[in-house]
Each structure stands twice: as structure tokens, then as C-alpha cells.
Design a binder for this molecule. Structure first.
Ligand code: SF4
Length: 247
């Protein structure tokens, strides 16, 4: 696992060493998942399905070329555990905006202690109060730019998006070329329900973000998150619904 870092690591040999631009051709990697027959027809057992997605990605790219983005929401608890079992050499990183909830920093430390690794921390430019003045710009500087840097050495990234989180996410593919960032993106929990997530966490006694117990279904930065169902507590009272990391 990579050490704590707030700057761009050195370049390594890569499948996709790239200066990405929209004209960059999609690499010759099969863009469809080939899941076992009993899973490909329907949703199937959610844990087996997520494991199959991860196994496929490891087979295609090698675990070292996979990077999991940890948001410290409940889905992160599941994905960290799955990755530790299926792809323990994969990188795990987080975007530390500097204004995460104390609960998020606490579960970050708990995860490191439980699994015995350091999560990579990537930070963007700090402009005080930008979350009020220009939240899109704030997300760009503090999330999108450092995300791009964190993904520069990856060929496939993993996120904890789920289709039932919001209408904008209802068609999220489990695996696709990510045009926005110029690498593949896998979403092993895309078909999971909220109940699936909690069942996995409680059956295994995993550390999770305790802010969920206070009515926060979705958790981001302190200035832009309120308690609420689904993603209704994110940028509540504004038209903004996403931070710009997901096309
Ligand atoms: S969620 Fe809010 S504080 Fe966090 S990066 Fe976006 S605008 Fe800034």
C-alpha cells in the first residue's frame, strides 16, 4: 500500500502512461465485463457480484494499477474490505479537502489500524470560504484536481457509487471508460441497495462513519453537508448535486 502523500508520486511503467486529452483513443482493453454466467444475467448475490467485478479488473490491469477512492461514507467501509480480500495490492487514496467531518477523519484512522496500511492523502489548493462564494470552483480545486493527480498512475479506479443514490446515478455502469479522467472506472457496488451495504458492514463488524447514525445518509465536507436521506443533504438548498468527479 502506498504511503501517505500530498504530492504527485513518481511515474511508474503503466498501461496508460498518458497526458490525457479528449482525443486520446480508448485503449485496446475489452470494455465489457465478463462475469460468471450466473451473475451476468441479473443482479445476483451482491457480494459475489462485487467480488466478480473486482476479480475481472485485477485480471485486466493488475492490482497495483487499480486505485480505490475512499470517501469515508458507508460504501468505503465495504469497498476497503472487498479490496483487501480480492486485490490487497491495490492503492487506496482519499481526497482530504481539509474540511471533512471529525467522524470521517476518525473512521479513516480506524480503517488504517484495522487493516494495517496508510491511505494516500491528496490535497488541493486551499481558498478560504470558496465553498460559499463558488462551490463549483471549490470542488474543482479541492476534489477534481487532486483526483486527477491521484489517478495519474492508475489504469482503473474504483468508486462506491450506487444506482439508487440519486436519479443522476441511476444508470451508472459497473465498468466503463471514464472519458473525464482518461482511464477505466469500476463501480462494484453499482447494483447494491443501502440495505446490502449495511448488512455487509454489520455482518463483518467493519468500522464505518458514525455520522450516518446521526441521520446523514450521504457525507461530504462540513460546509456542504446536512443530515438527510439519499443525497438530499449535499449542497442542500442549491441546484448543485455533484462535485464534478463523476461524469
Ligand atoms: S463539498 Fe463544499 S467544501 Fe468540499 S470541496 Fe466541494 S464546495 Fe468545497
Amino acid at each position: 500500500m502506498s504511503a501517505l502523500s500530498s504530492s504527485k508520486p513518481e511515474q511508474a511503467n503503466t498501461l496508460l502512461d498518458r497526458e490525457y486529452s479528449p482525443d486520446t483513443p480508448i485503449p485496446e482493453v475489452v470494455s465489457e465485463l465478463s462475469l460468471p454466467e450466473d451473475l451476468s444475467a441479473g443482479r445476483g448475490n451482491p457480494v459475489e457480484r462485487a467480488e466478480a467485478v473486482l476479480s475481472e479488473i485485477v485480471h485486466r490491469f493488475g492490482a497495483e494499477r487499480i486505485a480505490l477512492a475512499a470517501s469515508w461514507q458507508k460504501e468505503t467501509a465495504v469497498l476497503v474490505d472487498l479490496v483487501q480480500r480480492v486485490a490487497p495490492a491495490a492503492r487506496i487514496f482519499t481526497l482530504d479537502t481539509g474540511v471533512l467531518f471529525p467522524h470521517s477523519y476518525a473512521v479513516w484512522r480506524e480503517v488504517e489500524q484495522r487493516y494495517g496500511f496508510k491511505v494516500e492523502a491528496w490535497k488541493g489548493e486551499w481558498v478560504d470560504g470558496l465553498w460559499d462564494a463558488d462551490p463549483d470552483r471549490c470542488c474543482h480545486l479541492r476534489k477534481v484536481v487532486p483526483l486527477r493527480e491521484a489517478l495519474a498512475q492508475a489504469d482503473c479506479w474504483l468508486t462506491g457509487l450506487r444506482r439508487d443514490q440519486s436519479p443522476e446515478r441511476a444508470n451508472t455502469p459497473e465498468y466503463a471508460w471514464d472519458e473525464l479522467h482518461g482511464l477505466f472506472k469500476a463501480v462494484p457496488l453499482a447494483t447494491w441497495s443501502e440495505r446490502d451495504v449495511w448488512r455487509y458492514i454489520f455482518e463483518r463488524g467493519l468500522p464505518y462513519n458514525k455520522l450516518h447514525d446521526e441521520g446523514y445518509s450521504s457525507i461530504g465536507c462540513t460546509h456542504c453537508t446536512r443530515a438527510g436521506e439519499g443525497r438530499e443533504g449535499r449542497w442542500a438548498g442549491t441546484a448543485k448535486t455533484e462535485c464534478g468527479m463523476h461524469a
